[in-house]
Design a protein around this ligand. Structure first.
Ligand SMILES: Nc1ncnc2c1ncn2[C@@H]1O[C@H](COP(=O)(O)OP(=O)(O)OP(=O)(O)O)[C@@H](O)[C@H]1O
Ligand SMILES: Nc1nc2c(ncn2[C@@H]2O[C@H](COP(=O)(O)O)[C@@H](O)[C@H]2O)c(=O)[nH]1
Length: 205
């Protein structure tokens, strides 16, 4: 019998909602078969960020070469910088039967949906827009100009919520993580049940 492929899990949502925080919390105590796909970006490193851990940091030219060589599963230009998911790692890891976790913005998530319709798409929302702005400001990584731009983009991104399989509110980090882990577990069970039924029906053919 063919080896069962892993699940592709996409966590998306507006800038500052807490995607990175929630993802880091999930990976502080990861499920056995869950791996994080590190993105490539042309944005400058923030203090404390490490190449190959937080992102693969590239120049714009290097990123454009990756695009031309077809090395990205999806990519976008977000508030002046490129961001994208290296394709080979995702393909190889899913083939090995491991679940792959992407933390990306909504345009990229739309592209992934087209290529991996079986993925699990989760949209993280803030308790309110006021709280969202507070979080971006408190993080202290963005200029006032960028915060304004990210908030404008965020309002548009929130309108895409309906395209996702699940919406999770990030009010309290641990609670949001618990819900996301429960979603992954439930999806595994659902797919296992369907696969089992199929094998029972067709297994003897
Ligand atoms: N549930 C929460 N309650 C309060 N603050 C939070 C919560 N989750 C995250 N934060 C804080 O909000 C800020 C933004 O979080 P984070 O960087 O994880 O967001 P993000 O969605 O990954 O942002 P970006 O898309 O810009 O990378 C951080 O300072 C983080 O500590
Ligand atoms: N489409 C993609 N979006 C990505 C990817 N990696 C990260 N992101 C998203 O970009 C914004 C900005 O990130 P920041 O680190 O500069 O704050 C945020 O929404 C990330 O989730 C990717 O590979 N593709």
């Amino acid at each position: 019998m063919e080896k069962e492929k892993g699940l592709l899990i996409v966590l998306s949502g507006p800038s500052g909602v807490g995607k990175g925080t929630v993802r880091k919390e999930i990976f502080s105590n990861p499920e056995r078969n869950l791996v994080y796909s590190i993105s490539a970006t042309s944005r400058p490193k923030r203090p404390g960020e490490v190449d190959g851990v937080d992102y693969f940091f590239k120049t714009r030219e290097q990123f454009e070469e990756m695009i031309e060589r077809g090395e990205l599963l999806e990519y976008t230009e977000y508030v002046g910088n490129y961001y994208g998911t290296p394709l080979e790692y995702v393909k190889k890891t899913l083939e090995e039967g491991k679940d792959v976790f992407l933390e990306i913005e909504v345009e990229g998530a739309k592209q992934v949906r087209e290529k991996f319709p079986d993925g699990i798409f989760i949209f993280l929302i803030p308790p309110s827009l006021k709280e969202l702005e507070k979080r971006i400001k408190n993080r202290g990584t963005e200029s006032d100009e960028t915060i304004k731009n990210r908030m404008e983009v965020a309002k548009e991104e929130l309108k895409m919520m309906g395209l996702y399989d699940y919406v999770v509110e990030n009010d309290e980090v641990k609670e949001a993580c618990r819900k996301i882990k429960a979603i992954i577990e439930a999806e595994h069970c659902r797919r296992f049940r369907i696969q089992n039924k199929l094998e029972k029906l067709l297994g003897g053919c």
